[in-house]
Design a protein around this ligand. Structure first.
Ligand code: DHE
Length: 584
């Protein structure tokens, strides 16, 4: 049994970034805060940093910045600070930095705080060397100025960006290639702004397709024909896998910063709609599933679920499609609300708004696809909803620091029955939540077991109905050997002795990739269609060699190392059949 005592290390990693707590002395601060998994995992609003935003009107006594200094400060703010403190500086996981507060505290306070950080989670940008002395000075001055407001992105902007490259009537009437598209992997090539389509049997890279900037996730249409990819710049690519040479058939920009895209899955609505959510402006848009024509844009600005105070920029995090109703499930980060959007009548849009928990991030269904579990990661909790009844089942403590499940992992535990598992970003805890209220009512919606994995910094956990193994990465662990490995558990041996953590094997995936240059991190296990192989990305810097390592799920032996100069920074991998059917 995992105990919280092991988490002294985790305490250093935990904590939301907070700029305006009391300043601390250099020796009080966590030694390596700048390199912690948390610090490196805050949203970087890089696209917004590139926007040309005017210096707002100055007041008497305001610091004067040249246009070059203003641009540099604004870029640093969006790339490094906005993820925690908000685009408008009104606060998110970090404290607000509006001018009423920053001017009250003054330049010296800000300068010292940015330099030294705080134990509550503010990185020590100055002493860690991540910002130079001049940049710290610049940022302290920048925070004394009014924040710029980035533009909105409404219907006109979306329509102006929307392109149908191949009209539906000009597309193939039947599949024109001999690809086994069900067993295709769509692989994010993060820093080249592309995806690679890799054949699941021959491991051949069939195509590399240009997408949005720092592309994030891929999702499938219900028919398995169309692949949707979203970039951090809000560009959605719709790729037709039936074409002789699969290519983008439609594209649109849905916002200035975005992370999520999904398609309608309910019977009768297959391939009818797509939806994408934005971090900025805070909104989601429902689009035509054949052309990406934007049909309905809804803002997520509004009241927080608990204090019921207005939040100006609640970002849209994960989105999934219900299998029980014609509905999308949209998770709104800062207000802590789960929106269930009925897409059967866009003119008379019905939305169920569920009070869940703040800072909702990623999540997935249980094995029956009825219940959806989503991590409120900065609150160390998991919210559970019933997508048949459209109701909150509960919000529970996740058993660790910062749950980060990806979509989670479903398996039948030998003692507790069906469970959904999450790993944690802030510590080594792996938690199992019972998901079978009928067969195992005692265990349902409780953390039935928590045990220690390889370490903190885990991002993704995965299994498959055909597998007896549970795989957990530790991508953001600061130790190179650890972040290059994954833990694998034999499910059949779990739970014999509740006082004892299940044993795991460590697979040195990065070592198997044989990459000697750089510090590649292993990220996101993904199964092939039959659940017999597991693929891992060995994610290195943009100018260094990366790879994909494939292992045999039964023997846990290396099967293939895929290397190619085109595999630049591979991260997420999405098997067509598993993604379409929500198998994980
Ligand atoms: Fe992700 C899913 C947001 C950083 C790889 N990521 C998600 C989802 C969200 C999100 C909201 C859920 C989408 C859904 O299900 O609809 N990710 C963010 C961030 O805000 C964050 C923390 C910082 C940022 O600036 O973007 C972030 N994510 C990363 C990475 O650095 C990762 C490891 C590498 C990369 O490619 O950028 C990464 N995120 C992924 C992957 C998924 C994901 C692979 C989908 C997992 C799955 O199995 O479904």
């Amino acid at each position: 049994m995992f105990t919280r005592a092991i988490s002294a290390k985790a305490l250093l990693w935990g904590g939301a970034a907070a700029l305006l707590a009391l300043p601390v002395l250099a020796e009080d601060k966590p030694a390596s805060h700048g390199d912690t998994p948390d610090a490196s995992y805050q949203a970087s609003m890089t696209t917004m940093g590139q926007l040309n935003l005017e210096i707002p009107g100055l007041q008497a006594g305001d610091p004067v910045l040249t246009p070059e200094q203003w641009n540099e400060a604004k870029t640093i703010y969006f790339e490094r600070c906005a993820g925690c403190h908000g685009v408008l500086r009104k606060g998110a996981t970090g404290k607000p930095l509006t001018t009423d507060i920053t001017r009250e505290n003054g330049y010296d306070y800000l300068q010292s705080f940015i330099t030294y950080g705080s134990p509550a989670g503010m990185p020590n940008w100055g002493t860690s060397g991540q910002l130079t002395e001049q940049q710290v000075d610049l940022m302290a001055k920048y925070l004394l100025l009014e924040p710029p407001t980035p533009p909105e992105w409404g219907m006109k902007d979306m329509k102006d960006s929307w392109k149908v490259l191949v009209k539906p009537e000009d597309r193939p009437k039947a599949k024109e290639n001999d690809w086994d598209i069900e067993n295709l992997m769509s692989v994010t090539l993060r820093d080249s702004g592309e995806i690679a389509l890799i054949d699941g049997t021959s491991y051949e890279i069939r195509a590399v397709i240009k997408t949005g900037y720092a592309v994030h996730i891929s999702r499938m249409s219900a028919s398995g024909r169309y692949l949707f990819v979203i970039g951090r710049d809000g560009v959605v690519n719709m790729i037709d896998l039936w074409m002789k040479e699969p290519a983008t058939v439609s594209t649109i920009r849905i916002g200035l910063e975005a992370r999520s895209v999904e398609t309608s899955k309910f019977e009768g609505y297959e391939d009818k709609y797509a939806i994408a959510g934005a971090y900025w402006p805070p909104q989601y848009v429902i689009m035509d599933g054949q052309t990406l024509e934007p049909l309905k844009i809804e803002s997520t600005r509004g009241m927080t679920y608990d204090e019921q105070e207005y939040h100006p920029e609640p970002r849209v995090a994960s989105i999934v499609a219900s299998h029980y109703h014609p509905e999308f499930i949209v998770n709104v980060k800062e207000t802590g609300k789960i929106l269930i959007i009925d897409y059967s009548d866009l003119k008379n849009l019905k939305t169920v708004e569920i009070e869940a928990e703040r800072f909702l991030h990623d999540g997935g269904f249980d094995s029956t696809k009825r219940y959806f579990m989503v991590a409120a990661n900065a609150r160390n909790r998991v919210a559970i909803i019933d997508t048949k009844e459209d109701k909150l089942v509960g919000v529970i403590d996740s058993g660790g620091e910062k749950p980060h499940p990806g979509r989670g992992a479903n398996f039948v535990h030998p003692v507790y029955g069906p469970v959904w598992a999450t790993s944690h970003l802030g510590d080594e805890a792996i938690s199992l939540i019972g998901t079978d209220p009928e067969g195992h009512p005692e265990q349902a919606w409780k953390v039935v077991d928590t045990f220690a994995g390889l370490g903190g910094g885990a991002l993704f956990i995965k299994t498959n109905p055909a597998s007896n193994h549970l795989y957990v990465d530790v991508t953001l662990n600061p130790d190179a050997e650890t972040s290059g490995s994954v833990a694998v558990y034999d499910i059949a041996t779990m739970g014999g002795d509740p006082a004892k953590d299940p044993e795991f094997k460590t697979l040195p995936i990065a070592e198997w990739a044989g990459i000697t240059d750089g510090q590649p991190r292993v990220v996101q296990p993904e199964f092939n269609k039959d659940g017999t192989e597991v693929w891992f990305s060995v994610w290195n810097a943009k100018d260094k060699e990366s790879a994909i390592v494939v292992i045999d799920d039964k023997t846990l032996e290396l099967k293939k190392v895929i290397k190619d100069p085109r595999l630049i920074t591979p991260t997420g991998k999405f098997n067509v059949a598993n993604t379409r059917d929500d198998v994980y």
